[in-house]
Design a binder for this molecule. Structure first.
Ligand SMILES: Nc1ncnc2c1ncn2[C@@H]1O[C@H](COP(=O)(O)OP(=O)(O)OP(=O)(O)O)[C@@H](O)[C@H]1O
Ligand SMILES: [Mg+2]
Length: 367
């Protein structure tokens, strides 16, 4: 338990006895008092746990003036410092007092939410639960690397594949390890955020894929019960992505086992799915359109080397790039190595490289 929450060793309040929405709001206010945190602090901490929560929303939750979304309640619980293993009764009580409405009656609410958002309001939606919270950002999109080089050819090819508006698109960035697929996908995700896509989700396909999809589902307000198995919630998430219109990007990064994602590819809707993988057989699945990612062009590699090392862009720089086959990861590592070992020049670097029969450790780390 965080040291600044629940001071005095008091147990946190129990929402079990709440009979009405007003009671639930009172319980949340008790939780706030227990945490000894202000609405503002709860909102800030709730937000950093990945849930949408503003100070106004936090205040509305404890005043009981609006119908709370599960995502906001989860943000409030996190923001209050309530340990995650104690969230269950709150989720169950929320489900009991604010049951989900049938899809047809949710439509109007979604539009209402869009309007609230576009007006810059963070007011909680009054009415049924919001199925498609607007502007969902999910997952850790890798940042731009040092000495980043634009990849015009690949970006254009990807743009072409993804350009079809209003239809489901599945694309895969294909190439050997260290060639820059993840970097390209991350640039695409940032671009979609800039274009204000309603949903941009980044799934690291190498680690706990189902857990990540389930937690995306939770963000979308899809959890049906506290006991719902993560796999079912993950499937609900994909079904909902297939149902929703609008602009959405779902990235599966570093797919090493195509089978791991095959049951989690939307089959309807307008979502754009972007996969990064070394496995060519991935594209055999479900009409996935490939975009090949190749080595740096010499100009890109040389630009990276000279930005990293501050050395003149001469033939020796070209020789280093050649020796590394212009593999982006290798070129970046060479640049970093030379920079760290100043006043090492390109020639000395090449000598060291040649002395090591196996060459430098390029292409061995995953980004
Ligand atoms: N556009 C770029 N500009 C500068 N450096 C780059 C660029 N793309 C890739 N790199 C360098 O190559 C490294 C590997 O890139 P990235 O992780 O995107 O490769 P990958 O193809 O996804 O590899 P893997 O298949 O192992 O996941 C980066 O950490 C960076 O050092
Ligand atoms: Mg990668």
């Amino acid at each position: 338990m965080p040291s600044d929450a629940g001071r005095g060793g008091q147990p946190p309040p129990d929402p079990g006895s709440a009979q009405t929405p007003k009671d639930f709001a009172r319980c949340l206010d008790e939780l706030r008092k227990w945490s000894r945190r202000s609405h503002r602090v709860i909102a800030a901490k709730g937000k950093s746990s990945g849930h949408w929560l503003s100070p106004t929303t936090a205040a509305n939750l404890t005043a009981g003036t609006t119908r709370p979304r599960l995502d906001s309640v989860l943000g409030f619980l996190h923001g209050s410092g309530l340990p995650a293993e104690q969230h269950k009764p709150w989720i169950a009580k929320h489900e009991e007092l604010f049951p989900r409405q049938p899809a047809a009656s949710r439509q109007g609410v979604s539009r209402k939410a869009d309007t609230a958002q576009s007006m810059g309001s963070d007011a909680e939606i009054t009415g049924p639960l919001l199925p498609n919270p607007v502007r969902v950002r999910f997952g850790a999109i890798p940042g731009e690397v040092a000495w980043h080089q634009p990849r015009q050819a690949e970006q254009m090819a990807l743009g072409k594949v993804l350009e079809h508006k209003g239809q489901l698109t599945l694309a895969a960035l294909l190439g050997i390890r260290g060639v820059g697929k993840t970097q390209l996908a991350a640039a695409q995700a940032r671009d979609c955020i800039e274009q204000e896509y309603e949903l941009v989700a980044w799934i690291d396909a190498e680690s706990e894929l189902i857990k990540q999809l389930a937690s995306l589902g939770e963000r979308l307000g899809l959890r049906r019960s506290a006991e719902q198995p993560p796999e079912q919630l993950a499937h609900d998430t994909i079904a909902q992505l297939g149902d929703r219109g609008g602009r959405a990007l779902l990235v599966f990064d570093n797919v090493s086992d195509p089978d791991s994602i095959k049951d989690f590819l939307p089959v309807t809707g307008t979502v754009k799915v972007l996969i990064t993988t070394t496995r060519r057989e991935t594209i055999a699945m479900a009409n996935i359109r490939p975009v090949e990612v190749g080595m740096f062009a010499p100009g890109q590699g040389r630009a990276l080397l000279s930005a990293a090392t501050g050395l003149p862009d001469d033939d020796d720089a070209g020789a280093v790039g050649e020796a590394l086959g212009w593999l982006p990861l290798g070129v970046a590592q060479a640049g970093a190595y030379i920079k760290l070992n100043k006043p090492l020049g390109y020639r000395q670097y090449l000598e060291r490289l040649n002395r090591k029969h196996s060459g430098p450790r390029v292409g061995l780390t995953r980004g």
